[in-house]
Design a binder for this molecule. Structure first.
Ligand code: AMP
Length: 286
């Protein structure tokens, strides 16, 4: 496994792989790797020949009051996870990744200010810009993202189509702890009791999924099943629990009819820790 610090090094690695007729798969992360990230690496290995992983805690996607400084950094164990998953190249850009005077952004207007984007202004602009920089550095044939960050995956899918990045985007399912909690680098911030309370999120999503599976198609009714589960052990606060149209990013509620696949998305807080989770209704990623 090779480790690269600059764009030109990883680009050269990727181009030499491709000259040998090999397909390069790419998994971008901020490190603090867990089994969810490992599953993306496994998926990438299934759809490519050589997998590159990036580890970069991107400052431009954190708001001023967010956890950039204290975001977990676990370099040694990340490398062990990568090695075990058969990763060929790790791209961990250093200081020079954003050149002096950096100003350019890649944005998905309108979609960057819905739900997560409304609560975290500028977050998605940081994400789509850094992912563009990473794609231009790695030049992958395919890239794998997690459904865990569903809205992020939808924006990146839009961006890849709009700018014709010429790569295949794969969205892999959310990996959960055995009790249902979606794995997240931020779960480590939860106290034991909040960790237990947070199980209500997956239970609430499941209640809405069950309603949809039983044939219900009215958005408000599907949501009310989940919301009543959520109120049984309410988080400290709920930022949203709603349905999203994956093609338009329109929020669906009330009398809206679900005629095609949709995603139920939620974000909730336990003390200073904010968790997001979601569930798909139908084949959203086809
Ligand atoms: P991050 O945790 O922000 O570094 O995310 C890097 C990639 O891992 C993103 O594509 C996430 O959606 C994905 N990811 C994070 N948590 C999970 C999970 N529990 N299961 C599957 N993918 C995940």
């Amino acid at each position: 496994m090779e480790i690269f610090r600059t764009q030109s090094q990883i680009r050269e690695w990727s181009r030499s792989r491709k000259r040998q007729g090999r397909k390069v798969g790419f998994v971008p992360t901020m490190g603090a790797l867990h089994a969810g990230h490992a599953s993306l690496l496994v998926r990438a290995a299934e759809v490519s020949d050589d997998v590159a992983l990036s580890i970069y805690v991107n400052p431009t996607q954190f708001g001023p009051n967010e956890d950039f400084a204290k975001y977990p950094r676990t370099w040694e164990s990340d490398l062990a996870t990568a090695e075990k998953a058969g990763v060929k190249a790790v791209f961990a850009p250093g200081e020079g990744f954003y050149p002096e005077g950096y100003r350019t952004e890649v944005v998905v207007p309108g979609w960057n200010s819905v739900l997560e984007g409304e609560i975290r202004p500028g977050h998605f602009d940081g994400v789509t810009s850094v992912v563009t920089k990473l794609f231009l550095s790695v030049e992958p044939d395919c890239a794998v993202f997690g459904q865990k960050d569903a809205q992020q995956a939808l924006l990146i899918r839009r961006m890849v189509r709009d700018l014709d990045f010429g790569l295949k985007l794969v969205v892999a399912p959310t990996v959960r702890e055995s009790d249902g909690l979606a794995m997240s680098s931020r779960n480590r911030y939860l106290s034991d009791s909040d960790r237990r309370r947070a199980l209500v999120l997956s239970r609430a999503l499941n209640a809405s999924v069950a309603s949809w599976e039983s044939g219900e198609r009215v958005a408000g009714r599907i949501l009310s099943k989940g919301l009543s589960e959520l109120s049984a052990d309410a988080p400290d606060s709920v930022d949203y629990f709603t349905l999203l149209d994956p093609d338009s990013l329109a929020v669906l509620d009330g009398d809206a009819q679900l005629a095609k696949p949709a995603i139920i998305v939620t974000a909730a807080r336990y003390g200073a820790t904010r968790l997001i989770d979601n569930a798909v209704l139908g084949d959203v990623w086809a």
